[in-house]
Design a protein. Structure first.
Length: 294
């Protein structure tokens, strides 16, 4: 059996189309959703990501500002920029592109926590993390949110499924755990100290790999017919990317699988657009009712 290939392009287009409709609806209410992306320094990969985010905004009619700051920017100057964006009425979403340059990298949490939680379109602020964990509406990290939306659009049942996640990062693994729980999956979260990993992954109806090690998940770790989501992006040669899953062999066992490149990676920017729209809606409601609602 060869697995169904879950192509990110088609799902990303659907998610962007949904966001585009909401942008139009917001415009009729006098709101133009706005996203500010702050980039510090000259990291070439970060520059490409930021350019792609800006382009996606342009396509959907979202107002977008790219704020480029020099590599030697201090924590104080960056925080002051965030403070200004927090009170800027044109801006509904703020994203600080990571990684930060070395001299301020140690302050990453402090810097990200400075973003108004209502504008935190990356979903990294402790307020949004807390809201997600307690099952309240929240801005959720784009990559795991994209995976969930893809599973929904692909009609893959989550309710009652056993989902196994490998990787417990704050950006992917942990939010994925809570999003799957919200969908009534039974979730097992594995990491580098997990014993008998293969025994656990072979029980998964849905297997999510977010490890950062090329070809880590092999065919003998996968239950026949399972859905395999590969979040990994590993550069194995100057122009070659590999996922965390041994795609060629796993696709012969799995029921459905995402490729790398061309899979989950494409959903992240689409979900960023969705989060920007959600943030704009939340802020509009707050203005209408004068309190924090979402
Ligand atoms: P992290 O490095 O933050 O986390 C990796 C996780 O994998 C850790 O929890 C680690 O366990 C676990 N791990 C490492 N080795 C093993 C092992 N041998 N067995 C079991 N678990 C192991 O990575 P991220 O979550 O940030 O990213 C994971 C991958 O996803 C990367 O390739 C990254 O590039 C990609 N990514 C893609 C995105 C996109 O598509 N847009 C967005 C974000 C990430 P422990 O905690 O014990 O160390």
């Amino acid at each position: 059996m060869t697995a169904k290939i879950l192509e990110g392009k088609a799902f990303a287009a659907q998610i962007k189309a949904e966001a585009g409709k909401q942008v139009e609806a917001l415009k009729t209410q006098g709101v133009l959703p706005g996203l500010a992306v702050v980039i510090v320094g000259e990291n070439p990969a970060s520059k490409v990501y930021v350019r792609n985010k800006h382009k996606a905004c342009e396509t959907l009619g979202i107002y977008s500002e790219v704020i480029e700051m020099p590599a030697d920017t201090t924590k104080e100057v960056l925080m002051a920029k965030i403070d200004a964006l927090n009170v800027n009425k044109r801006i509904h979403g703020i994203l600080v592109q990571l990684p930060l340059p070395q001299q301020i990298a140690a302050y990453e949490s402090e810097i990200l926590d400075r973003i108004d939680p209502r504008k935190d379109v990356d979903g990294f602020h402790p307020v949004n993390v807390g809201r997600l964990v307690t099952g309240q509406p929240a801005l959720v990290p784009c990559t795991p949110a994209g995976c969930i939306r893809m599973l929904e659009l692909a009609g893959i049942p989550m309710d009652g499924a056993h989902a196994v996640i490998i990787g417990r990062s704050n950006i992917v693994g942990k939010p994925m755990l809570h999003l799957l729980l919200k969908k009534n999956a039974t979730v097992t979260l594995c990491h580098s100290h997990t014993k008998n990993l293969q025994e656990i992954t072979r029980q998964a109806d849905i297997l999510v790999a977010a490890i950062g090690k090329p070809y880590f998940v092999t065919a003998d770790m996968v239950k026949p017919g399972a859905t395999v989501i590969d979040v990994g992006i590993n550069r194995i040669a100057p122009k070659k990317l590999a996922g965390d899953v041994d795609f060629e062999n796993v696709k012969e066992v799995a029921g459905a699988i995402t490729p790398v490149p061309g899979g989950v990676g494409l959903l992240t920017i689409a979900m960023l657009m969705q989060n920007t729209v959600a943030a704009a809606k939340m802020q509009l409601k707050q203005e209408e009712y004068g309190k924090y609602e979402s």
